[in-house]
Design a protein around this ligand. Structure first.
Ligand SMILES: [Zn+2]
Length: 299
């Protein structure tokens, strides 16, 4: 039974990626991007979350475009319990700077893994969160973050949306006390990297260790397997939080050969990788925790 439910989760998760890819590249300013943002807000609302949209603008390729972070808060804790933010970017990169064929480097990537994978995992988790939220004992925010992947294009940094969310969280969301970010978690033969930034911030190191320990104890390959040079300094949507002192953990595998190429398609991915991430997240979210306290406003 456990096996068959994992198999169906794998198929459902890849289906959620395919659905996003079928919209077309979700480049900020495009119709596909705006349509997905609308769908994410509707899915959060349908799962019983309180939805907050944080609009902002970005500029690239000579255009100013509308962006938005879409955040759903599941109120399931006492006000004093630390709030956890689960974040992932849903936008996709407007160029393919690692594409081997130079003629295709100016074409937006399909963004199956890079943009589609974390979004699929959190979409799939929504129904579970709706059912389990009361038992988690704390507020959990699911943040579909925009404009991660405009980095190094026309002078933009990476993670514009996460920077906005960390610097100026919407009223009703507030400053998270812990952050977990997913990015490119659906590659074949996924082995997760470890963000070296956490070794300079003990609470982030402990948060990261708790998830990797649990994943390895369940013998889930992305956590349990080793690879050379697994520890890397990585800038993704965890960084705006971590650099402000918020304990933050990033799950990512940068050793994805199709990264920022036209081959970032569902065919390069594995539903089992996505399912393994989800299989670690559920018990990690449910784990008993030492009593913590919600940070006070302005701290
Ligand atoms: Zn990217």
């Amino acid at each position: 039974m456990a096996k068959s439910s994992t198999t169906s989760a794998s198929a459902e998760l890849i289906g959620l990626v395919e659905r996003q890819v079928a919209l077309g590249p979700r480049v900020p300013g495009s119709a596909a991007h705006d349509r997905l943002a609308d769908e994410l807000a509707a899915r959060l609302d349908g799962a019983g979350a309180e939805v907050h949209v944080q609009p902002f603008e970005a500029r690239f390729h000579g255009r100013t475009v509308s962006c938005r972070n879409v955040v759903g808060v599941f109120h399931c804790g006492t006000p004093a319990a630390p709030m956890l933010l689960l974040g992932t970017h849903y936008d996709t990169r407007p160029i393919a700077d690692r594409e081997p064929d130079p003629r295709l480097r100016g074409v937006p990537i399909p963004g199956a893994n890079d943009g589609g994978s974390g979004t699929a995992v959190f979409l799939h988790l929504l129904d579970w969160l709706r059912g389990e939220a009361g038992g988690l004992g704390r507020d959990v925010a699911v943040a579909f973050v925009d404009a991660e992947d405009l980095g190094d294009i026309d002078g933009n940094p990476f993670s514009l949306g996460a920077e906005r969310l960390a610097a100026n969280p919407p009223v009703g969301v507030g400053r998270p006390d812990e952050v977990l970010v997913l990015d490119m978690v659906g590659g074949r033969d996924l082995v997760l990297d470890i963000d070296a930034h956490v070794f300079r911030h003990a609470p982030s190191r402990e948060l990261t260790a708790s998830l990797f320990r649990l994943g390895a104890s369940l013998d889930l390959a992305p956590f349990a397997r080793e690879k050379p040079e697994r520890v890397k300094y990585i800038i993704s949507d965890q960084w705006p939080f971590l650099r402000r002192g918020v304990p933050a953990c990033l799950l990512i595998d940068l050793d994805y050969p199709e990264w920022h190429t036209q081959a970032d398609l569902p065919a390069a991915m594995s539903g089992d990788s996505l399912a393994a991430i989800e299989a670690a997240l559920k018990p990690w979210l449910s784990r008993p925790r030492a009593k913590g306290h919600r940070s006070s406003p302005g701290s």
